[in-house]
Design a protein around this ligand. Sequence first.
Ligand code: SAJ
Length: 442
Amino acid sequence: MDKARRMVYTRAVEMERKIRERTARVGVVGLGYVGLPLSVEFARAGFHVVGLEVSRERAAALRRGRSYISDVPSREVADLVQEGLLRVDTEGRELPRCDAVIICVQTPLRKSKEPDLSTIVAACGALAKRLRRGQLVILESTTYPGTTEEIVRPALESSGLKAGKDFFLAFSPERVDPGNAKWKIANTPKVVGGVDAASTRLACALYASIVRQVVPVSSAKAAELVKLLENSFRAVNIALVNEMAQICDRLGLDVWEVVRAAATKPFGFMPFWPGPGIGGHCIPKDPQLLAWKMKSLNFEPRFIQLATVINGGMPEYTVSRVARALNEDAKALKGSRILVLGVAYKPEVSDFRESPALDVMHLLAESGAKVGYHDAFVPAAKAAGRTWRSRALTDAAVKAADIVVILTAHPTVDYARVCRLARRVFDARNAAVGVKGRVERL
Ligand code: SAJ
């Protein structure tokens, strides 16, 4: 074995020993809904963790033992900070002391639907200044296939160190599902792909210390694409049922009954449900990351494009159905009082980013309707330059509306009561399931 390979081997053995003995210091860049739970998981396993969080407010909160991520109890943060297992840095001074550094920063889309990797590039720039031989760097941020090799690797190698020789580099997609009581970091299989075999092996060893099942794949690019397939699969199947909802409308059928009955098939089928569109920070975005990359390679990803058109058209379709429902009472959208129930992007979350409910409300307001909403999880929502505030769901508020429009089915609402009091209801989420009366469904 030549000298260089011997050095890599020695560094890998050293890293595996530190991981095994829990003496490896783990750095996590970005303490959001992915990075903070990951940091807590490693600290809970006995590693010394340094979280790098650019927000001084968030860093101060964590140092005081206060969590801002609902899935991470403040008590746990306080205990780990107290024990010295979790430290929070805002400058990155401690990065050189870390044996492994995991980057968990956001990768939003620009208005042009192009990926905005500026946060990843900034994190890699800061890390390159402090990179040292033997470190393991892992990117978890959801991104297009090729990012680790084409963006992260050169940025880190600007340090003069070489990936696969002086440091190890891998990609591992995050599978954090905020609010999911069943699937947590420890019991959700973790896909890992390195720029070479040693990087894959070390990243697998690190995650195996906190995750029950690690799934190695042949490259970082494969691991990047696994994540995008997972969420493109969802976007395409949601689009299929959204189109099925429009088919059922024309056939005079109940799409909810049809999907529910199809879901009795014990193999080869999994149910998705129609709605006023798709929201959140994963499903609308992730397929676009893949589409952008493929277009740069002169390939048109037609399924993703069609799903984007169908899902993107659901707010307008929903508004057309609300207009039709009002028409039953000889009312126009213009001037009608509309009470929307649920603006969060999915039930039992307070996040209204990209929520289709806001698109529907904006379109209704544009048509001249007087729009208000109730969502106990979202006290105020900003969209299209306007701020709406949640109204109390009083009897009077329901009775005063010409139509109540259910856009997100929070289980905390008594839909039977709403349907009893309301003049008319349009239910885009089958929330008022089984309720008879003046209820129209998507
Ligand atoms: N939606 C539908 N019909 C469906 C499912 C979802 O209209 O059948 C809508 C939702 O209302 C929401 C949007 O799509 O507006 C996204 O919903 P989601 O259930 O996919 O929830 P997300 O955005 O929180 O997706 C996350 C993803 N998790 C990760 O990327 C780690 C996704 O892979 C998970 O499958 C999903 O959570 C989940 O199952 O909760």
